[in-house]
Design a protein around this ligand. Structure first.
Ligand code: SAH
Length: 352
């Protein structure tokens, strides 16, 4: 529910107007996980609310922590039994949370584990927001995790919509969630601290540019030409490279924000030096940055990651051509928490 829906819901129960603000603050400022903790609500109301509603729609199924204790992956069950994953990464000053926008994904990228199970359903705005509240609660809890307490950050500082699903394929719900996460009266994170990654649904990129929120945009490109990109990212048939890049140019013109292009390097597939030159040419003149992702291993896949040397060579070609390029730090690979490794129910078995 957004605030107005909550206000109506409580009004229908015969509650005074100020109750909605009270419940809202317990949820979004204090991150409580049940009505019973809302101590300024009458006991009878707390009991009634617990019977008919919830403020924490995600049930933790498994949680896995990386060896370095800097990456946490949670598998959640939704009220209808579907499952999703979210990943928290601790950096020096950032606590970046990677969240899912759909249970599964319909885009079919051939190198991505999420694609293998297909799409089950869209997440609701509440289920998207609840992933953030879960980890905000986790980071704020003085009791957890005990051995890192001294340096433990106490809030989520960055959010990336790079988990399961294609966020622009669940546009309305994702944007309701983004409004809630950036609203100063709700979670209140600055839009500049949030990045949405898309496979490149061009018309939706245009729609995003008109929202008036400074959300960062990342586009999963992975190839500079249509033949190759269609093999890796099948939706390229509908939105070819030039169309996606044209939408990105319009996005930059409207928002003045630097766009990120993601490029997962696969040995012998899309990592040839000629392709780096072709990519540099395609991106010429766009306010952008390329993020190279060494391919993460996924089950039943013929693709292998590019070697470190060849990755660096690819990066150098782009940099020499004037395209700022970084190689993404791989995190949580051994717990299958890396890019493209998130899955639905199957991951219960995989992560145990
Ligand atoms: N659907 C959105 C959000 C997913 S973000 C999108 O396509 O952008 C996940 C990122 O990881 C995307 O850039 C995706 O292409 C990339 N990815 C998928 N599988 C991967 C793998 N096995 N190794 C590395 N990156 C991968």
């Amino acid at each position: 529910m957004d605030f107005d829906q909550l206000a109506q819901f409580l009004a229908d129960l015969g509650e005074p107007h100020f109750r909605a603000r009270q419940v809202w603050e317990w949820m979004y400022k204090r991150y409580v996980s049940d009505f019973d903790a809302m101590s300024n609500l009458p006991k009878a109301l707390r009991t009634k609310l617990a019977d008919i509603a919830t403020v924490a729609p995600l049930t933790l199924v498994t949680e896995v922590v990386s060896r370095d204790r800097d990456t946490f992956k949670a598998l959640f069950q939704l009220p209808d039994g579907q499952t999703i994953e979210a990943v928290l990464m601790l950096y020096d000053e950032r606590r970046t949370l990677c969240i899912s926008s759909q249970a599964g994904c319909a885009m079919g990228c051939t190198f991505c584990a999420t694609a293998q199970g297909g799409l089950a359903r869209n997440l609701t705005p509440g289920e998207i927001v609840a992933q953030v509240l879960y980890f905000a609660r986790y980071l704020a809890d003085p009791a957890l995790p005990p051995d890192t307490a001294a340096e433990r950050p106490t809030t989520v500082t960055n959010i990336v919509l790079m988990g399961m699903g294609e966020p622009l394929h669940n546009y309305a719900n994702v944007w309701k969630a983004l409004r809630r996460l950036t609203d100063v009266d709700a979670f209140g994170l600055g839009a500049r601290h949030i990045t949405l990654s898309t496979v490149g649904l061009a018309p939706m990129i245009d729609r995003m540019a008109d929202e008036g929120l400074q959300i960062g945009l990342a586009v999963s490109l992975h190839a500079p030409n249509d033949d190759l990109r269609t093999q890796l990212v099948p939706v390229n048939k509908g939105y070819p490279v030039d169309e996606v890049l044209a939408a990105v140019r319009r996005y930059v013109a409207k928002t003045n924000r630097r766009v990120t292009f993601e490029y997962a390097l696969m040995a012998g597939i899309n990592d040839a030096p000629e392709l780096a030159h072709a990519l540099a040419e395609k991106l010429h003149g766009i306010l952008c940055h390329v993020n190279l992702i060494p391919l993460n291993p996924i089950p039943n896949s013929p693709f292998q990651p590019t070697s470190d040397e060849e990755t660096e060579h690819f990066a150098q070609i782009l940099r020499k051509a004037g395209i700022p390029t970084t190689v993404r730090l791989r995190r949580g690979i051994e717990i299958n928490a890396g890019c493209g490794q998130l899955r639905r129910a199957a991951s219960i078995a995989a992560s145990q």
